[in-house]
Design a protein around this ligand. Structure first.
Ligand SMILES: [Zn+2]
Length: 264
């Protein structure tokens, strides 16, 4: 089973595209978490670059991915154009049209097309940092145009089908089997919030202390971010659905001398 690094594009002070109050960073995070969850349900290991509304430069995202050493890097975005309602459809961007990433991109596009998006194809974007700087096959998925009403309507109406399609495309093209999904047991549906385990490495009133620790962790390759909560700047790393994976990261950080505890 492959290890996937899931990146919700933009975040924090960078909203990405904005159209009539709708912010790309929110759509990206929602879809990234949904696809990540389905990949985990399929048995894959998944690490998220962010699960909160935090800012990271594209370079930081790529650097984190390299130091985590995933098999694939998947960045979630929504497209936009200069004029609203001018363009429509989904596309997937890659550094170049070769190898496994092309197979994954084509499989994802076919699934997005099946869910209703016009297939705009796989495009080469060698200038994008998250595609250029990552040392594993990297894809950037543009799920429709954020400033096209029909694309937003499709995104909202077919959200579950889109997430399932993307996950299915990834798992089939990467060679990871997709086991049949068990039906949810009676009475256990409606878990309101996805429970994710994170490792907290520090909490400070002083933002500068938190940022110093953050940059140290990021330089060592950990998917760290700052969460402002209860008057503290909390420095946390990783976000895992499986407790085992969070425990493994915590153990590694402790061996390096960090004092940590698990939060969820
Ligand atoms: Zn974007």
């Amino acid at each position: 089973m492959a290890k996937y690094i899931i990146d919700a594009g933009h975040g924090g002070s960078d909203p990405g595209a904005v159209y009539e109050g709708r912010r790309e960073k929110d759509d990206n995070l929602r879809l990234a978490l949904a696809v990540g969850r389905l990949l985990e349900d399929g048995g894959a290991e998944v690490v998220y670059t962010r699960t909160e509304d935090v800012y990271q430069t594209p370079f930081e995202k790529a650097q984190t991915a390299n130091q985590l050493g995933g098999d694939y890097f998947l960045s979630f975005h929504r497209n936009s154009s200069a004029e609203p309602n001018r363009y429509s459809g989904a596309e997937t961007l890659v550094y170049d049209r070769f190898g496994k990433k092309l197979e994954l991109a084509e499989a994802i596009n076919r699934e997005l097309e099946a869910a209703g998006y016009q297939n705009l194809g796989v495009k080469e974007r060698p200038g994008l940092a998250v595609l250029r700087k990552t040392r594993m096959p990297a894809l950037l998925i543009e799920t429709g145009f954020l400033n096209t009403d029909a694309d937003n309507a499709l995104f909202d109406r077919e959200f579950d089908a889109l997430a399932q399609g993307i996950a299915r495309g990834i798992l089939s093209a990467s060679g990871d089997e997709t086991p049949p999904r068990e039906p949810e047991p009676e009475g256990e549906e409606n878990t309101p919030e996805e429970k994710l385990y994170r490792v907290q490495v520090g909490a400070y009133r002083n933002r500068e202390y938190a940022e110093a620790l953050l940059s140290q962790l990021q330089q060592e390759g950990y998917p760290a971010f700052i969460l402002k909560e209860d008057g503290y700047y909390k420095v946390q790393a990783g976000a895992f659905r499986a407790l085992d994976n969070a425990v493994r990261l915590e153990g590694e950080l402790r061996r390096k001398g960090y004092s940590t505890f698990l939060v969820s």
